[in-house]
Design a protein around this ligand. Structure first.
Ligand code: PEP
Length: 262
């Protein structure tokens, strides 16, 4: 069994409403009752955090409550933003930072992502830093340079003690929501590069403990091959996380892959 417990996150993005989100949360918690060997989290839209939290709590579920984004300031004149304190107040345990849709649709830059990541980790929450190259960057053979820049800049001025609460999600942009998945070999290669970089930045122990998860069109029937790669410690799931059975299937696949690792 791997020392790193697999992690699977369900990023609901800007989907669901109060009724369908509640049904989904109930389906996920019920489906995972007998599943162990995996840390699971759901990331509902902000307005439904408290509703989903109540469902997780009522059922005594170990599924973690996640937020899809955050603003790095504590409070103040930042119209439309949501602070760390607000997320904590709503029971959030883990926050996505630098998702590709924030980077490429909303226009967030590495330096801004670094401020958010520092804020999340300094405030005692867990963070998932999302990195990954676009299709053009991959075609040009720049995938390792791009992900290394995103990791280095994202983690600027963040000490090793805080990296203990970090997960990195390698999510090639061309695979997100497209139905195209990285091959297990390409995913392993990217994850190994990221772990080697963390080794250089923080040392061997931190690098060995860090969970690096894959995201990009994961489905239960293809996930096992990716999850079984040495440096792949689970997944971040968009589309398939909107179906409770699929999400539970992915969690089971990650747990099984974790148990089978030496
Ligand atoms: C994501 O949003 O992080 C993601 C991986 O989406 P999808 O699974 O739909 O590709």
């Amino acid at each position: 069994m791997s020392d790193r417990k697999p992690f699977v996150g369900g990023n609901w993005k800007m989907n669901t409403n109060r009724t369908t989100g509640s049904d989904l949360a109930r389906g996920v918690t019920d489906g995972l009752i007998t599943v162990d060997g995996v840390d699971a989290a759901v990331f509902p839209p902000f307005p439904y955090l408290l509703t989903v939290r109540a469902i997780l709590r009522d059922r005594g579920s170990s599924v973690r409550l996640g937020a899809q984004d955050v603003y790095h300031q504590g409070e103040g004149a930042f119209t439309g933003e949501v602070s760390m304190n607000m997320l904590k107040d709503c029971g959030t345990q883990v926050v996505l930072v630098g998702h590709s849709e924030r980077r490429h649709v909303i226009g967030e830059k590495d330096e801004f992502i670094n401020k958010k990541l520092r804020g999340v980790l300094e405030n005692g929450l867990e963070a998932i830093l999302c990195v990954g190259e676009t299709l053009d960057e991959r075609t040009a053979g720049h995938q390792d340079i791009v992900t290394a820049r995103q990791v280095r800049t994202g983690l600027a001025d963040i000490p090793a003690s805080l990296v203990e609460r970090l997960i990195i999600a390698y999510e090639p942009v061309w695979a997100i929501g497209t139905g195209k998945t990285a091959t297990p070999e390409d995913a392993q290669d990217a994850h190994a590069q990221i772990r080697a970089l963390i080794n250089r930045m923080y040392g061997k122990d931190t690098a060995q403990r860090l969970r690096i998860i894959y995201g990009g069109s994961l489905k239960p029937d293809i996930a096992a091959d990716i999850f079984s790669q040495k440096d792949v410690d689970g997944g971040l799931v968009g589309g398939a996380s909107l179906n409770a059975a699929d999400f539970v299937g992915l969690c089971k696949a990650a747990a099984g892959a974790g148990r089978a690792k030496p």
